[in-house]
Ligand binder design. Structure first.
Ligand code: ADP
Ligand code: MG
Length: 251
C-alpha cells in the first residue's frame, strides 16, 4: 500500500474546494477540510456563517454545487445507493432533537436499524437498550418524546444515532435549545463518546466542551473557514481579527 493510500485510509471525511449556493447566495466558499478517523472537531462562528449548511452537506441533507466531499473513501455524488450508505455511517444530532413524536423512545431507536439495516427486532431492541443505558435513561424507553425533558430527548437522539453504529457523528448545536441545567447532561454524554474514540464534528459554542475534547477548533465566518487550530492556540492566541471579535463576544 502506498503512503498516499495509507493516509487516505485514515481520513473519515475529506472536503475539497466545496462551494454551495442557495439561489444567488454564495453560502459556502472554497471549504477545504480533512477529518482524520477518531478526530474531534468543534466548529464555531457567528449565526448565518454556514456551519449548519456545511455539516448538512456531509450527510447530503443539502446538495453542493462544486467541489468534492468524500466520506469514508466514498465520494458524495448523485448516486442514491451511496447516499444511503453514507447516512448509515454518519449519525446526526440536531438542535431540536427531531425525534418522531408519535413513537416511543424505544421505537425511535429501533426504526432505522430494522428498516434500513434489516436488523432483527430483538437484536435492535437489545442494542437500543444498551445505548439508552449509556445515555442514562433506560427507564424512559416506553415513554413518548413529549413526556421527556429537553435534555432527555437530546440524549435519546444521541442514542438513536448510535444504534446505527455510525463511524462519524455530526452534532449541530445540540445544546442550544436546552435549558441551562440540562446542557451538562448532554455534554457529558458527548464527552464520553469523544473519549471512546468516536469521530465527531460538533457545531457548538460550548467552549468548555471544545477545550475538553476538541483536537481542532474551526472558526467559520461568511461561508469560509477563517481559522483553525488546536484549542489552546485557538482560544489564547486567535490569529484573525474576526476570530478575536467573535471570541470576545462569547467568552
Ligand atoms: P449557521 O448554521 O452558521 O447559522 P446556516 O448554514 O444555517 O448558518 O446558514 C447560512 C446562510 O444561509 C444564512 O444566511 C441562512 O439564512 C442561509 N440559508 C440557510 N438555509 C437556507 C435555505 N434553505 N435557503 C436559502 N438560504 C438559506
Ligand atoms: Mg446553524
Amino acid at each position: 500500500m502506498s503512503e498516499v493510500q495509507k493516509q487516505e485510509d485514515q481520513l473519515a471525511i475529506e472536503i475539497r474546494d466545496l462551494n454551495k449556493w442557495y439561489g444567488e447566495f454564495h453560502v459556502l466558499k472554497n471549504i477545504n477540510l480533512q477529518v482524520q478517523k477518531g478526530e474531534r472537531i468543534v466548529i464555531c462562528g457567528p449565526s448565518g456563517s454556514g456551519k449548519s449548511t456545511m455539516i448538512r452537506c456531509i450527510n447530503r441533507l443539502e446538495e453542493h454545487q462544486q467541489g468534492e466531499i468524500i466520506v469514508n473513501g466514498v465520494p458524495l455524488v448523485e448516486d442514491v445507493k451511496k447516499i444511503e450508505a453514507i447516512r448509515k455511517d454518519v449519525g446526526m444530532v440536531f438542535q431540536h432533537f427531531n425525534l418522531f413524536p408519535h413513537l416511543t423512545v424505544l421505537e425511535n431507536c429501533v426504526l432505522a436499524p430494522i428498516w434500513v439495516k434489516k436488523v432483527p427486532r430483538k437484536e435492535a431492541e437489545a442494542t437500543a437498550m444498551k445505548y439508552l443505558e449509556r445515555v442514562k435513561i433506560p427507564e424512559q424507553a416506553l415513554k413518548f418524546p413529549g413526556q421527556l425533558s429537553g435534555g432527555q430527548q437530546q440524549r435519546v437522539a444521541i442514542a438513536r444515532s448510535l444504534c446505527m453504529n455510525p463511524d462519524v457523528m455530526l452534532f449541530d448545536e445540540p445544546t442550544s435549545a436546552l435549558d441551562p441545567e440540562m446542557i451538562k447532561e448532554v455534554l457529558d454524554v458527548m464527552i464520553e463518546l469523544a473519549q471512546e474514540g468516536m469521530t465527531m464534528l460538533c457545531v457548538t459554542h460550548e467552549m468548555g466542551f471544545a477545550k475538553t475534547v476538541a483536537d481542532r477548533v474551526i472558526f467559520m465566518d461568511a461561508g469560509q473557514i477563517v481559522e483553525e487550530n488546536e484549542p489552546e492556540t485557538f482560544f489564547n492566541h486567535p490569529e484573525h481579527e474576526r476570530t478575536q471579535l467573535f471570541l470576545s463576544q462569547i467568552l
